[in-house]
Design a protein around this ligand. Structure first.
Ligand code: UDP
Length: 327
């Protein structure tokens, strides 16, 4: 298959490109503006540097390459930034994705896999949350992703396009050979920030809020290894290729860890007792997000291989040490 991977030079996208390359029989084209992605994160595939805002460039790319499928990873992902800069999120995550969807319908590319997020649920009434729970995002990041899901639903009803929206929970960890991993300069995600604090690159880790209605007062998240998430995409592509209808799937393990539990595990894995500062809540954080992942397990046969917080943190730790030249 010829597959377009937007955001393929980014964290999750680069793991996807690696896996597609390892499967051997795909022609992979990456479209990335390198705003947060890196050329050297591409272990294979052909890179076109470009922006999804550039509808003409997209049209040209789709004309030149006859894609069989699109995997759309390119996105802005920082929740509290989305609260401060909502227009950036609506523009980059929603408006620009419409350019991509339009290119697909114009050029008859009918298989579309979308990186959605658990943030579309907002503060779910019940956890684990199922795909049928109401979509009530509480931050512009989640809203921008929900809007893409709605657009995809409507385009799927009015054209031949079929899509799978994968609602990611908290993705972490790195390639088992540590060739690629997260490279964000200003990382905001808990595991990465904790590891960089353990490396001495930051003075302290701030815990954002200890007064949530959770057992230890800190937020609970369902952390999933990036390679299990990539496998979900492989299965989603097979699902669409078999002619199945558009579908939404949660991607998480079905259990969660509090911020304090994650920090403790990071200290244990790294052997570093770094400084932790308990501070006020961060804008836009729901107390608890845990996936009910029975749908993807039952319908796609997804069988996660790395449901182990220690393994997730260990791979991320090896990667961070390599990235920062530490022993
Ligand atoms: N968090 C924290 N300190 C940090 C980064 C994150 O306490 O330096 C908390 C954050 O408030 C949330 C959880 O860790 O409760 C997961 O946040 P992250 O940014 O990793 O992912 P999100 O769930 O926002 O996508």
């Amino acid at each position: 298959m010829k597959i377009l991977v937007t955001g393929g030079a980014g964290y999750i996208g680069s793991h996807m490109v690696r896996t597609l390359g390892e499967k051997g029989n795909h022609d992979i084209v990456v479209y990335d503006n390198l705003s947060t992605g890196h050329r050297d994160s591409l272990l294979c595939g052909r890179l076109t540097v470009g922006d999804l805002a550039d509808a003409a460039a997209l049209d040209e790319l789709f004309r030149a390459e006859k894609f069989d499928a699109v995997m759309h990873f390119a996105t802005n992902i920082v929740v509290d930034e989305s609260v401060r800069e909502p227009v950036k999120y609506y523009r980059n995550n929603f408006v620009n994705t419409l350019n991509l969807i339009a290119a697909c319908t114009r050029h008859k590319v009918n298989r579309f896999i979308f990186s959605s997020t658990a943030a579309v649920y907002g503060i779910p009434e019940a956890v684990p949350v199922t795909e049928d729970a109401p979509l009530l995002p509480i931050n512009p990041y989640g809203s921008s992703k929900m809007m893409v899901e709605l657009a995809l639903r409507d385009v799927s009803l009015s054209s031949d396009l079929r899509h799978v929206a994968l609602r990611y929970f908290n993705v972490a960890g790195a390639d088992s050979a540590f060739r690629i991993g997260q490279k964000y300069k200003d990382a905001t995600h808990l595991i990465t920030v904790s590891l960089r604090t353990a490396l001495g690159l930051r003075e302290q880790l701030k815990v954002f809020g200890t007064d949530y209605d959770t057992p230890d007062g800190t937020c609970i998240r369902d952390y999933i290894h990036v390679d299990d998430l990539v496998e979900a995409h492989v299965l989603a592509l097979e699902y669409l290729s078999e002619g199945n209808k558009s579908r939404v799937f949660n991607c998480g393990y079905g259990h969660g860890y509090s911020v304090r539990e994650v920090v403790d595990k990071v200290k244990q894995v790294t052997g570093v007792d770094f400084r932790v500062n308990e501070t006020a809540r961060r804008a836009g954080d729901p107390p608890s997000l845990i996936a009910d992942s029975s749908r993807i397990r039952n319908e796609l046969g997804w069988m996660p291989a790395y449901d182990d917080l220690e393994y997730i943190i260990r791979t991320a730790w090896q990667w961070e040490k390599k990235l920062h030249g530490a022993k």
